[in-house]
Every structure is written in structure tokens, then in C-alpha cells.
Design a protein around this ligand. Structure first.
Ligand SMILES: CC(C)(O)[C@@H](O)C(=O)O
Ligand SMILES: [Mg+2]
Length: 563
């Protein structure tokens, strides 16, 4: 066992002495040591109950003959950090989480791990850390919350609440209505109910075979979820005790096939644009050679068959679960051709993806559509290229109206998110505009803020079908509309986005994968000569360090190990 290095031999008497102080007995030194990476934290609705899940896992591991050690990671609630400088810490928190996992697991030489994430970056952070440790690892997330409902029965969620701010600002909603939405949008614990970033990542954990079926869709705080948590705990002890268990080392499960399957399911379900950022970072950590330009080829092969909030506001994760869950989605996706999903990919539960989905069925074709009646014949995410994004930009095609798939508009530029929010609220943005928000990339922000506030304001103020937005920052999974993010190279590294001026024509074409600034080369050269880069003031020492090391979004915003 890997943990023998801390528990076997006369020279480890001091180590055992310390372990005995934590309650270990003689017999424990022959058992596998299993890390439980929990992300319990009181302030995140998807996490405040995870302490209880950690205890359930601990007990189940003990019962199955392992020695559990719980440790915690931090977490940032993007909804609460949204729209102010707290959001600068959101993406960087992914690195703290990955580093924490690596540190605890490797410092103490634990044999296997169970990760309990739930929201957004906590999932990829844990995955990145687990890849570095590379022992058998299972992911079991906290699970989604149900949708809320207005008095008249309309389903609502966090996205409704952000859009309501725009409607209220525009005088289209009363204070009572806003208050009703505030009180009902997030009705209980769990990750926010739509196909936002948390549920997208938890769904992709199923597709990658690192979690049990249902991980992305079974509601939090239900008996079914607790049963899944127990099952995951039992399985990790089985794996830890198994002879020659290397085939279950994390990198042997999360390999090239898993990365392919993750993007495939992402396309079928219209996942959050953040999945692109996180999966690129995960692929790098997994030593899988996967480039941003590979994504469009996957999108071509996969129909968008499950439309969920924010793209379709009446459908939430619970509905997907009732309609057959991610297994049913994968089964239908695989019906389109043999190479669409890598069916021979091994999962942590011992079967291949093909075996896992063999008997899966769509139970409600009005929720999970068949390929023949897909929402779109191509996947829900599209990577755009052009002079504005020579290294790529991302749009959630699933969340836009058909008329915006090809759009030409005039630029209105803001050098930061707060400037943009103030400008939109002051009605400076008019139909036909392309809102440019720059110097908000991984380096520029620094931290690549999510921009749900401006995108929701545009929707709430009725501009969703006449205004596009481009940024080197990123979006929330709850963002919809013609919102193009992750523009790379970013402004802070000299990307062309920095040279756009108010009134310039910008063209986007989702189907042709184009993002273009229609200004001639001579004029651009002139602007470049007079260019004075804008710099955000950075007070935080941590964010200054982050800024020095971070790569751009098309490289997953991973931290470099050399300057
Ligand atoms: C607050 C949200 C909706 O969870 C957001 O962080 C996301 O990325 O989806
Ligand atoms: Mg987020």
C-alpha cells in the first residue's frame, strides 16, 4: 500500500504515534488509508450540508474496512461573489483547491480518495488535484437543488433572479415581484437547479466515468442522494483493497476517452461555457493532448438533445433525472454512430460506459429529445475564431435565438465589468450594439470574472435579441444570449480586443465559427502605434501572484510552472 510509507516498519514508530493520537488502533495499520476531500462550507447552498455527507462517507468507509481521513477544501459561491470584485477570486480558487488536494494526499501518502465537491470550480479543482495524486478516486457531489416556483406555478431559478434585477431597473417589475423571486428562486440546499456550471461539471463527471450514475441529476438532500454517497464510499474501499488496482488509478479512468466523452455529453446537454475552460485545464493535467479547436469537431457529431435552464427556463436537473438522467442522454447520443461516444471507456465502478448505458432509456421524450427531434443537429457549444480571437472564443450556442446566430453590430467598449454594468443600467447600450468588456481575462482582471450581471441585465432589459456581448472574461452557466467569452488572446496580453473602438463593426457567426473585427489593417496598425494598455489596479498579493503565472483561457487558464 502507498500508505505503508507512513505506517510500516520500526522507523515509522513516530508516525504511528501521531496517528494513534487521532484514534487509530493496531488493526488500522493493516487497512487502506482513504482521504475524503470534502468541500463543506456554510456560505454555499450547494455545500452547507456536505459536512453530513462527509460523516456518512467516513462511517461507510470504516464499516467497509478502510481508515477514513476527512480534510476540507475552500469554496467560492459565484452567485454571491457575482457583480463585484469578489468574483476576481472565483477562478483562482480552482488552483487553491487543486493544490490543497495534492498537498494533503501526497504529504500523508493516502491510498485512495473520495471527493465531495458540488459547485463550479470546486469540481475541476478537485479533479486537477486528483490527477496529480493519481490514486483510485471517486467523485460524489452534493447534488442539485430543485427549481423554485412563483405563486402561479412558473418554475424559476437563480437565472430568473439575476434577470429580474434588469427588469426591475427598467421599471418592468414591481418590488413585490422582485421579492417573491428572491425568496423562491433557490428553494433549498444543492447546486443551482439549471444546467449551470456546477451541474454541468457534475454531469461531466458521470460522462468521464469518475462518478456513479445520477451524480449530475439526483437532487441534493434526498434519500437517493445519500444512498449514492454510501455506495461511492463502499466502492472506494473495494478499489483501495483490490490487488493490482492500478487500472483504477485516476489517470487511467480520466484519460483521452473520458475527455472526449465529457465534451460529447456537454454538447448534447448545452453545458456551461465554463466547461470549456475547465475541461481544457483537466485535459492538460491528465496529459491528454486536447486543443480548443478539437471542440467544434465534436460539436458537429452530437445533436443538442437536452435543453435545460438557462437555455430553456422550464426544464431543470430534476426533470432530466426523471426523464432517464445522463445515462439516457448518453444512450441516445451513442445511437447516432459508433464513434460519437467512446463506449469502451472504463468507469470507476468497473463497467465500461457502453455497459453502463446498455439498458438506459429515455422516459420522457419531451425533456430528453431523440436525435431525430433534436433541438439542434449540432452541439450546444461553439468555438469561434477570427482576427478578434486567433486562439479562440466560446459561445453557448444552445442559449441563443436563431436570429442571433449570425450578427453584425457596432461596438460599445468598457474596460472593466463595473464600467459595463453601470453603462448598461444607464441605458447606454442600444439595439444593434456589441458590448465589449475587456481587460477582464485571466491576466487582465486578474481572475477572469464571470459576467452574469451584465448578461442578465441585457436579457432583463429586453435587449437579448438585439445586442451581443464579447469579453475576454467568462460567463456564468446561467448566462444566455449572444454572449461570447474567453476571447483569446486577451486584452492584457495584447489581443486585438484591446484595439476595438466605439462604433467599430463586429461580426459573429456561430455556424461558421467566426468572430471578426471589420476594421482594415492600416487603421489597426495606426491604433497599435498609439496604444496605451489599460491596467487594473491589483491590491491582493495572491491575485498578483496569480496574474504572473496564469495562461489565457484557450489554455484553460492553467498556472505556468515557469515564468
Ligand atoms: C452562480 C452560478 C449560476 O452557479 C454560476 O456560478 C455558474 O457559473 O453557473
Ligand atoms: Mg460559476
Amino acid at each position: 500500500m502507498r500508505s505503508d510509507i507512513i505506517k510500516k516498519g520500526f522507523d515509522k514508530a513516530p508516525h504511528r504515534s501521531l496517528l494513534r493520537a487521532t484514534g487509530l488502533k493496531d488493526e488500522d495499520f493493516d487497512k487502506p488509508f482513504i482521504g475524503i476531500a470534502n468541500s463543506y462550507i456554510d456560505i454555499i447552498p450547494g455545500h452547507f450540508f456536505l459536512h453530513e455527507y462527509g460523516e456518512i462517507v467516513k462511517e461507510a468507509i470504516r464499516e467497509a474496512g478502510g481508515v477514513p481521513f476527512v480534510f476540507n477544501t475552500i469554496g467560492v459561491d459565484d452567485g454571491i461573489a457575482m457583480g463585484h470584485d469578489g468574483m476576481l477570486y472565483s477562478l483562482p480558487s480552482r488552483e487553491i483547491i487543486a493544490d490543497s488536494i495534492e498537498t494533503v494526499m501526497n504529504a500523508h501518502k493516502l491510498d485512495a480518495m473520495i471527493c465531495i465537491p458540488n459547485c463550479d470550480k470546486i469540481v475541476p479543482g478537485m479533479i486537477m488535484g486528483a490527477l496529480r495524486v493519481n490514486v483510485p478516486t471517486i467523485f460524489v457531489s452534493g447534488g442539485p437543488m430543485p427549481a423554485g416556483h412563483k405563486k402561479d406555478g412558473t418554475p424559476i431559478d437563480l437565472s430568473t433572479a439575476f434577470e429580474a434585477v434588469g427588469e426591475f431597473n427598467d421599471g418592468k417589475m414591481t418590488e413585490e415581484e422582485l421579492h417573491e423571486i428572491e425568496c423562491e428562486a433557490c428553494p433549498s440546499g444543492g447546486s443551482c437547479s439549471g444546467m449551470f456550471t456546477a451541474n454541468s461539471m457534475n454531469t461531466l463527471c458521470e460522462a468521464m466515468g469518475i462518478a456513479l450514475p445520477g451524480n449530475g441529476t439526483v437532487l441534493a438532500m434526498t434519500p437517493e442522494r445519500i444512498a449514492m454517497v454510501k455506495k461511492a464510499a463502499k466502492r472506494i474501499v473495494e478499489l483501495a483493497k483490490m490487488e493490482n488496482n492500478e487500472k483504477y488509478n485516476f489517470k487511467n479512468i480520466l484519460n483521452e476517452k473520458a475527455v472526449h466523452n465529457a465534451f460529447t455529453v456537454d454538447m448534447a446537454m448545452g453545458g456551461s461555457s465554463n466547461t470549456v475552460l475547465h475541461m481544457l485545464a483537466i485535459a492538460k493535467e491528465a496529459d491528454v493532448d486536447f486543443k480548443i479547436e478539437n471542440i467544434n469537431a465534436i460539436a458537429e457529431k452530437v445533436a443538442h438533445i437536452a435543453k435545460i435552464s438557462p437555455s430553456l427556463t422550464t426544464v431543470h436537473m430534476k426533470d432530466i433525472d426523471d426523464a432517464g438522467g445522463v445515462n439516457a442522454v448518453m444512450k441516445e447520443v451513442s445511437n447516432r454512430g459508433n464513434d460519437v461516444l467512446q463506449l469502451d471507456a472504463l468507469t470507476i465502478t468497473g463497467e465500461t460506459i457502453g455497459e453502463r448505458i446498455k439498458d438506459a432509456e429515455i422516459k420522457d421524450t419531451s425533456i430528453i429529445h431523440t436525435n431525430a427531434h433534436a433541438f439542434s443537429p449540432v452541439g450546444g457549444l461553439s468555438i469561434l475564431f477570427g482576427n478578434l480571437a486567433t486562439e479562440g472564443a466560446v459561445i453557448k450556442a444552445a442559449g441563443i435565438v436563431d436570429s442571433m446566430r449570425h450578427f453584425k453590430g457596432t461596438a460599445i467598449c468598457f474596460n472593466s465589468q463595473p464600467e459595463a454594468i453601470a453603462g448598461i443600467m444607464a441605458h447606454k447600450v442600444k439595439p444593434g450594439n456589441v458590448v465589449v468588456i475587456r481587460y477582464e481575462g485571466p491576466k487582465g482582471g486578474p481572475g477572469m470574472q464571470e459576467m452574469l450581471a451584465p448578461t442578465a441585465l441585457i436579457q432583463g432589459m429586453g435587449l437579448g435579441e438585439s445586442v451581443a456581448l464579447i469579453t475576454d472574461g467568462r460567463f456564468s452557466g446561467a448566462t444566455k444570449g449572444a454572449s461570447i467569452g474567453h476571447v483569446s488572446p486577451e486584452a492584457a496580453e495584447g489581443g486585438l480586443i484591446a484595439l476595438i473602438e466605439d462604433g467599430d463593426e463586429i461580426e459573429l457567426d456561430v455556424d461558421k465559427h467566426i468572430l471578426q473585427l471589420n476594421v482594415d489593417g492600416e487603421e489597426l496598425a495606426r491604433r497599435k502605434d498609439h496604444y496605451v494598455p489599460y491596467k487594473n489596479e491589483v491590491k491582493s498579493k495572491w491575485l498578483k501572484r496569480y496574474q504572473l503565472l496564469v495562461s489565457n483561457a484557450s489554455n484553460g487558464a492553467v498556472l505556468k510552472t515557469e515564468l
